[in-house]
Write a protein that binds this ligand. Structure first.
Ligand SMILES: [Zn+2]
Length: 263
C-alpha cells in the first residue's frame, strides 16, 4: 500500500514539475559522462532530477544567486551516482548550499598527542553526516575537464558512504555484494596508490591520472575514485580493475563500457 502511494506521489510530482526540455538538454549536454547515456537512462536521470529538486533545496550563500541551470547541473551530476539505486539513497537531509567560490571551513579537533587545534581552511566542498552538502560553484564548473575532478560527484559519494555512519570508504553494500571482496579490493588498491603518490622505489612511481588526494584516507579514496569512475572510468579500470568491479557492482553501472559504445 505504502509502495503504491509512493509510486502515485512520484508520478504526480513528475507530471507537475516539468523541466524545460531545452535547458535540460543544454545542461546535460555539457558532460561527456551524461552524453554517453542511452536514451532510456537519460530519461530516468531526468525523472530523478525532477524528484531530487522537489525534495532538496539548492540555495546560494555568499551572495550567490543560484540560477535554474546551476540547480539542474548540480542535481544531474548528483543523480548520476544513484541512477540505478534510487533517490532513497539520499535520505535524511534536504539542503545543498552553493558558494560562489571556495569557502572557509572552521573547526576544532584534538590530535593524537592531545593537542587541540583550531583550523580555518578554504574548501571546495563539504558533506555533513545528516546535514547539507556544501559546494563551491567555481569548482563545480571544473567538472568534465578530462582530469577526473568533479566536486559534486565527490561530495555525494561521501553522502552515500555516510549512510552507515562516519565516512570511511565503506558504504552500505547491496545484498549480492561481498564485504570481504570490497575490503580486499580497496585495501590493497589504497596501499598501492599511497606508495605511488609518496614516491618510493622507482617501480612504484607509475603515472596515474587519478587525483593524489585519494591517498589522504580511505574515505577520500572512495570519493576520489567515484569521481574518476564516472569521469575517466578507463583509468580506474586499467589501474585498479578490482576496484572498478566493486564500484561497478555498487553503483550498478559500467561507465567504461558506455564510453566504449560512444566511439
Ligand atoms: Zn572528500
Amino acid at each position: 500500500m505504502l509502495k503504491a502511494f509512493r509510486a502515485w506521489r512520484r508520478e504526480r510530482i513528475l507530471t507537475r514539475s516539468a523541466l524545460d526540455e531545452a535547458q535540460w538538454r543544454a545542461v546535460t549536454g555539457r558532460y561527456s559522462f551524461m552524453r554517453s547515456l542511452e536514451e532510456d537512462d537519460h530519461r530516468r536521470l531526468r525523472d530523478l532530477v525532477v524528484l531530487f529538486l522537489h525534495e532538496k533545496s539548492v540555495v546560494g550563500a555568499g551572495e550567490l544567486e543560484v540560477r535554474d541551470e546551476m540547480r539542474i547541473a548540480i542535481a544531474a551530476q548528483a543523480c548520476m551516482l544513484i541512477l540505478n539505486l534510487g533517490l532513497d539513497w539520499y535520505r535524511g537531509w534536504t539542503e545543498v548550499i552553493v558558494y560562489p567560490d571556495e569557502f572557509l571551513a572552521e573547526y576544532d579537533y584534538v590530535d593524537e598527542d592531545g593537542v587541540a587545534h583550531h583550523v580555518r581552511e578554504p574548501m571546495s566542498g563539504e558533506s555533513w553526516l545528516t546535514g547539507p552538502v556544501i559546494l563551491s560553484w567555481a569548482d563545480t564548473e571544473q567538472a568534465d575537464s578530462g582530469s577526473g575532478y568533479n566536486v559534486v560527484i565527490h561530495e555525494f559519494a561521501h553522502k552515500l558512504d555516510m549512510l552507515n555512519g562516519d565516512a570511511n570508504g565503506f558504504p552500505p553494500l547491496h545484498p549480492e555484494m561481498n564485504r570481504a571482496g570490497w575490503s580486499g579490493a580497496f585495501e590493497s588498491a589504497y596501499a598501492d596508490f599511497c606508495r605511488r603518490v609518496d614516491g618510493g622505489p622507482a617501480d612504484d612511481r607509475r603515472d596515474t591520472l587519478i587525483d593524489p588526494y585519494a591517498a589522504e584516507n580511505p574515505a577520500e579514496f572512495f570519493a576520489v575514485f567515484s569521481e574518476a569512475f564516472f569521469e575517466i572510468p578507463r583509468a580506474v579500470r586499467d589501474d585498479y580493475p578490482e576496484v572498478y568491479r566493486q564500484l561497478s557492482a555498487f553503483y550498478r553501472q559500467d561507465p567504461a563500457a558506455r564510453l566504449g559504445q560512444q566511439f
